[in-house]
Design a protein around this ligand. Structure first.
Ligand SMILES: Cc1cc2nc3c(=O)[nH]c(=O)nc-3n(C[C@H](O)[C@H](O)[C@H](O)COP(=O)(O)O)c2cc1C
Length: 193
């Protein structure tokens, strides 16, 4: 199994450093207790006015639900995500109860997914988020109401063997992870210049 733990400039928590987005997943499934813990972590995420404007639709590999979710991904993502143990669609409630726009809905969904992500890492799982899916097809196929917006897809599973991936994906799997230095996006006091 490959280790793509972040090489950090400053110490961070192991569950943060150890997270990365694989495309090779093991055949092993995720038990129901573990799946429940993932969504429980999302549940306890903070949100603007505690509106909790998130929802998740999930399906485990081998079930019809999984195939329906897989069919909503673009071809490139579907080529590897079918090996994940669990597929999830992250959904934001874009409007508040009074019909006005909730400007923080996607922000809050993202934060809930971050909570889910680090719970997953702590439980030995890996997760790969995807923007590459058909939103209208997802809405229609999964029966998502108009006031909700499918925002991201997520493949979750235990790490697999990258040598099982086709060549271009294997190269990406083995590529070094890179990040901008904090000096390019963290500014003391005011915007630089
Ligand atoms: C919102 C979002 C959308 C993404 N969409 C895709 C995608 O459609 N396909 C894909 O292969 N990876 C996708 N990724 C994964 C990113 O490419 C990946 O997180 C990034 O390259 C950093 O790599 P790391 O997660 O291994 O640190 C997405 C990630 C996020 C957060």
């Amino acid at each position: 199994m490959i280790d793509k733990t972040a090489v950090t400039d400053h110490p961070i928590e192991p569950a943060l450093a150890g997270r990365w987005s694989p495309r090779a997943f093991a055949a092993e499934m995720i038990d129901d207790t573990t799946t429940a813990s993932l969504f429980e972590a999302a549940r306890w995420s903070p949100s603007a006015n505690n509106l909790q404007p998130w929802a998740f639709i999930h399906g485990a590999r081998g079930k019809q639900d999984f195939d329906r979710l897989l069919g909503c991904l673009n071809d490139s993502n579907a080529s590897w995500a079918g090996n994940a143990a669990l597929l999830v669609i992250g959904i934001a409630r874009s409007t508040k109860a009074d019909g006005s726009v909730n400007a923080y809905a996607r922000y809050d969904l993202g934060q809930a997914v971050a909570h889910l992500t680090f719970q997953a890492t702590a439980l030995g799982l890996h997760l790969h988020q995807m923007a590459g899916f058909d939103r209208e097809k997802t809405r229609a196929e999964l029966g998502i109401p108009a006031e909700y917006e499918p925002v991201s897809a997520i493949a979750i599973g235990y790490l697999g063997d990258p040598s099982n991936l086709p060549q271009p994906l294997r190269d990406r799997e083995l590529a070094t992870r890179t990040r901008n230095p904090t000096s390019t996006f963290v500014f003391p006091g005011r915007w630089p210049g």
